[in-house]
Design a protein around this ligand. Structure first.
Ligand code: HEM
Length: 393
């Protein structure tokens, strides 16, 4: 018989500026309170420990993605997207979404991405100081993902702000979300109002619309797919590349290890993702009563899955706050898990490996200043990262 315990509760607002800027202490406290903690101020259940997070993400029948956002308006807007649906609908949409992001589809891009990364870093290191976010981490996704999707002209300038506002709107209806409506609406109108001709010929964005025109996928899905590529693929990848530079700057011994043995680059990227999860809270809704670690979450509840807390869970990772590239945590939670596991991780890895590889080749040593977080309800990117005292390799 399962013993049902009184739920641990907390008055914490996990979307406050302080916790968005640095969730470490707050999330450690919640994780130590329990695997499932009721957050009174937002009427949300936080899932905080590694094993319970994996189990929840794997169990889409109990934890539905139809409440992936923490506000009903956005869940309404997202109806029909892969992100906000469950199987069997999700399975059909996911197939259309991933067709152009498979390792096979991306194979031809590796050389181009590596060349671009090399050029960007080689130019940057001629300066003594630069910004790790603006000058380095942003450049690859801006040059690669936008070309890949076929975004052309003035719209390119808007994508980062559009993507950040779409991420804000996945959070609760706080001030940040409310202010994001106009920009997120522009992205939605652009992706859903187009017929594909705005996207460059030969791009995967155009291929999505061609598939819609042939009847291979429902035409009304095309806008959704472009929306998801753009909203999900920019800030996350930028954040991950900037975090790698930051982690190397703060742990020069780890940088030396990767420089000496570039075969450690994938492991270093896994550790970067584990150490700094890029999504603040992943939303789900319970479809039935579910008991986690002796605590029952009622059916119909809103759930926040705290990937950062799970990645730092000492029950799963030894010495979890330490950045160690040789740990190679291939089972980290930062790309999610289960049917919604990140559809773009192959592309994110190509970009990050190329950026880290170029950085290790061109830089002998460097220092980093204080990283400034970019406050967002969902994505945990950086606003800036001062890089200085750069010594060229
Ligand atoms: C380091 C970079 C990235 C991180 C950390 C990341 C993280 C995530 C996470 C945690 C999820 C699961 C969300 C959930 O379970 O509700 C997800 C889903 C998704 N990601 Fe990524 N992502 C990254 C890059 C990308 C890129 C480059 C693209 C596309 C160009 C992309 C496209 C998507 C899509 C479309 C989904 C939804 C998949 C589905 O619903 O089946 N992501 N991502």
């Amino acid at each position: 018989m399962t013993t049902v315990l009184q739920a641990p509760t907390s008055a914490m607002d996990i979307w406050s500026d302080e916790i968005l800027a640095d969730p470490h202490d707050a999330f450690t406290e919640l994780r130590e309170q329990g695997a499932a903690v009721y957050l009174e101020s937002s009427d949300v259940w936080a899932i905080t420990r590694y094993d319970e997070i994996r189990s929840a993400l794997a169990d889409w029948e109990t934890f539905t993605s139809t409440r992936v956002a923490f506000n009903p308006q956005m869940n309404e807007v997202l109806i029909g997207t892969s992100l906000a649906s469950d199987p069997p609908l999700h399975t059909q949409m996911r197939a259309a979404l991933t067709e152009n992001l498979t390792p096979r589809a991306l194979r031809g891009l590796k050389g181009t991405i590596e060349e671009k990364a090399d050029r960007i870093v080689a130019e940057l290191v001629t300066r003594d100081a630069f910004d790790g976010v603006h000058d380095l981490a942003r450049e690859l996704p801006l040059q690669i993902v936008l070309d890949l999707i076929g975004v052309q002209g003035d719209v390119r300038e808007k994508i980062l702000d559009w993507g950040a506002s779409a991420f804000n709107l996945l959070g609760p209806m706080n001030e940040r979300s409310q202010q994001s409506f106009p920009l997120a609406g522009e992205l939605f109108e652009w992706t859903h109002g187009m017929d594909g001709n705005q996207l460059a010929e030969g791009s995967i964005g155009r291929a999505v619309f061609d598939a819609g025109a042939r009847g291979d996928i429902p035409p009304e899905l095309c806008g959704h797919i472009i929306h998801q590529y753009l909203a999900a693929g920019m800030d996350t990848t930028i954040g991950a590349i900037a975090n790698a530079v930051r982690a190397f700057g703060e742990n020069p011994d780890q940088f030396t290890l990767v420089k000496a043995d570039p075969s450690l680059i994938p492991a270093a990227f896994n550790e970067t993702l584990r150490h700094q999860a890029l999504l603040h809270a992943v939303g789900r809704g319970t479809t039935r009563d579910v008991t986690i670690d002796g605590v029952t979450i009622p059916g119909g509840s809103q759930v926040a899955i705290l990937l950062y807390a799970g990645n730092r869970d000492p029950r799963h990772y030894d010495d979890p706050d330490t950045f160690r590239v040789e740990r190679n945590p291939i089972d980290h939670l930062s790309f999610g898990y289960g049917v919604h596991g990140c559809a773009g991780q192959g592309l994110a890895r190509l970009e990050a490996y190329a950026a880290i590889g170029a950085f290790c080749r061109h830089v002998e040593s460097f220092s980093v200043g204080t990283a400034v977080p970019k406050l967002n309800n969902s994505s945990r990117a950086l606003a800036s990262l001062p890089v200085f005292d750069v010594v060229v390799a």
